[in-house]
Write a protein that binds this ligand. Structure first.
Ligand SMILES: Nc1ncnc2c1ncn2[C@@H]1O[C@H](COP(=O)(O)OP(=O)(O)OP(=O)(O)O)[C@@H](O)[C@H]1O
Length: 423
C-alpha cells in the first residue's frame, strides 16, 4: 500500500514536471526567444576567442551583440551575447530582482552598488576556483558610476562568463545512463574542489540545480555569490550538529576542534548534492550489477555518512568499474569463446530494436568484446555484433548488435563477431 502511494506520488510529481516544462516552453515561445537554442551566428565582432586569454572589460561590453535575456535570480539577470565569434553569458544586476526590490528604505544606487559588488566578488571567486567544472570568467566591468538600469552596456555592472544551459530535470531524466554518470562524476569533482579549494572549505548555502549549468555535457558551477568560505565557529560539539533537510532531525555531528566545526562544509555540501543530483543521476539505467552499489551510495550520502572526499572517491570508483566492466562474472566473460572474430568486416542491415537504445538499431557501449558477447547471448534476436572505432567518455567502445549476417562486407574500421553456429 505504502509503495503504491509512493508510486502515485512519483507519477504525480513526474506529470507536474512535464506540465511545468511544457508551460515553460509556451512562455518562452510567447516571449519570442528560447533559453537554450543558439540563434544563427551573427557576423564576427572584434577578434577575440575564449582561449585568447585576453580579459574583456568595460570597453568591450558595448560590442557584445545579439543580447537576449536567458535567466534571472534574486540578484542577477543573465544575458546571452555574441562577441568575437563566440557566444558568451553576461551577468548583470537584476534591477527588478529580490535583492534590489528588498532594499526599499535605501537609495536605489546604494542597493545597486551592493549587488554590483556581489557580482564582482562572484567573478573573483569563480576565477580563484578555476577548474574544468567551474564556469570560466572572460572579463568584468564594474564601473564606479551612478546606478544605471537595463541590459549590459557601458555604465552597467557586468561580468562576462562562459555560456551554458540550465540543468532541467526532465532533460536529465531523458539522458542515457552514461551521460548521467558523467554528471555524477562532475558533481563529485565539484564537491572535492569545494572541500579543498584555494579559498578554504567552501559551503554552498543554497545548493540547488539553478547554481549549475551544462556545457557540452559537463556540469559546471556558475553561481557562487551565496557561498560561505570557511568552517563555522564552535565552542562545543553541540554547535557542529548537522540536521536533515527538514531541519527536524539530527543526521550527524562533526568534531569541534580548535574553535571550528571540522568537515562541516564538506559533509553538508555532499548531503545537498545527494538530494539535488545523485538521487536523479545514479541509481537506474546502468548495468544491473551496479544498481545495488549505486543505491547504497545515494543512501549513505543522504544519511550524512559520506563527506565530499569519500563521495568523490566512491563515484570515481563506480565510473572506473563501469568503464572496465569490473562487474562482469566469470561466466559472462567466457561467452566470447562462442563467437568467431572477423577483423575489418561488418554486416549491412540486420538491425533490430532493443530496450538498451532508441530507434531501429540496437547500439550500446561495452567495456570489452567479452561484454558485447555476453549481452548478445542474452538477446534472443542477436547473432552477431560489430565493434566500431568509437569510444565514449568512459573509454567504452560502441557495439552494434545484429540479428543475422546476410551481407558481410569489408570495413576497415569495424570488427565483426559472429556467434558460432550462425550465418
Ligand atoms: N553561464 C551561464 N550560462 C547560461 N545561463 C546561466 C549562466 N549563469 C546563470 N545562468 C542562468 O541564469 C540564472 C540566474 O543566474 P544566477 O544563478 O547566477 O543568478 P542569482 O541571482 O544569483 O540566482 P539565485 O537567486 O538563484 O541565487 C540561472 O538560474 C541560470 O539559469
Amino acid at each position: 500500500m505504502a509503495s503504491l502511494s509512493r508510486l502515485s506520488l512519483y507519477v504525480t510529481v513526474y506529470l507536474f514536471l512535464c506540465l511545468l516544462a511544457n508551460l515553460t516552453l509556451v512562455v518562452m515561445f510567447l516571449g519570442g526567444h528560447t533559453t537554450h537554442q543558439h540563434h544563427t551566428r551573427p557576423a564576427p565582432t572584434p577578434a577575440w576567442t575564449p582561449a585568447s586569454g585576453h580579459s574583456l572589460g568595460c570597453d568591450e561590453l558595448p560590442a557584445i551583440a545579439n543580447l537576449t535575456l536567458i535567466g534571472s535570480g534574486w540578484t542577477k539577470a543573465v544575458y546571452r551575447g555574441w562577441y568575437g565569434g563566440s557566444w558568451v553569458a553576461v551577468k548583470t544586476v537584476h534591477t527588478a530582482g529580490h535583492d534590489m526590490s528588498e532594499c526599499r528604505g535605501e537609495e536605489a544606487s546604494v542597493c545597486y552598488r551592493r549587488c554590483a559588488n556581489k557580482l564582482r566578488q562572484e567573478a573573483r571567486w569563480l576565477t580563484k576556483l578555476s577548474h574544468a567544472n567551474v564556469i570560466k570568467v572572460f572579463g568584468e566591468c564594474v564601473p564606479e558610476v551612478e546606478y544605471s538600469a537595463g541590459p549590459p552596456r557601458s555604465g552597467v555592472a557586468a561580468v562576462v562568463v562562459e555560456l551554458g544551459q540550465p540543468v532541467r530535470i526532465v532533460e536529465v531524466l531523458q539522458m542515457g545512463y552514461e551521460a548521467r554518470l558523467k554528471l555524477a562524476v562532475d558533481v563529485g569533482r565539484i564537491l572535492q574542489l569545494l572541500a579543498h579549494s584555494p579559498l578554504g572549505p567552501v559551503l554552498m548555502k543554497d545548493f540547488r540545480r539553478e547554481q549549475f549549468v551544462l556545457v557540452d555535457g559537463s556540469l559546471k558551477l556558475s553561481d557562487v555569490d551565496d557561498v560561505v568560505v570557511g568552517e563555522p565557529a564552535c565552542s562545543t560539539a553541540q554547535d557542529c550538529v548537522i540536521h536533515d533537510t527538514t531541519k527536524e532531525h539530527v543526521l550527524t555531528t562533526v568534531a569541534c576542534d580548535g574553535g571550528l566545526c571540522h568537515g562541516h562544509n564538506s559533509l553538508l555540501n555532499s548531503i545537498y548534492a545527494g538530494q539535488h543530483f545523485m538521487r536523479l543521476l545514479l541509481p537506474y539505467g546502468g548495468p544491473a550489477a551496479l544498481e545495488a552499489a549505486s543505491l547504497h551510495l545515494v543512501e549513505q550520502q543522504s544519511l550524512g555518512r559520506l563527506d565530499s572526499e569519500h563521495l568523490h572517491t566512491a563515484i570515481e570508483a563506480l565510473a572506473l568499474n563501469y568503464s572496465m566492466g569490473g562487474y562482469l562474472t566469470q561466466a559472462e566473460k567466457q561467452e566470447i569463446q562462442n563467437f568467431v572474430v572477423l577483423p575489418g568486416s561488418t554486416v549491412e542491415g540486420e538491425d533490430f530494436p532493443c530496450l538498451r537504445s532508441d530507434g531501429a538499431q540496437c547500439v550500446q557501449s561495452v567495456s570489452s568484446p567479452a561484454e558485447a558477447a555476453s549481452l548478445c547471448s542474452q538477446l534472443p534476436a542477436c547473432s552477431a555484433f560489430v565493434l566500431l572505432q568509437h569510444w565514449t567518455w568512459t573509454g567504452r567502445q560502441t557495439a552494434v548488435f545484429k540479428k543475422g549476417t546476410g551481407k558481410v562486407r569489408e570495413e576497415r574500421r569495424h570488427t565483426l563477431y559472429v556467434r558460432r553456429g550462425q550465418g
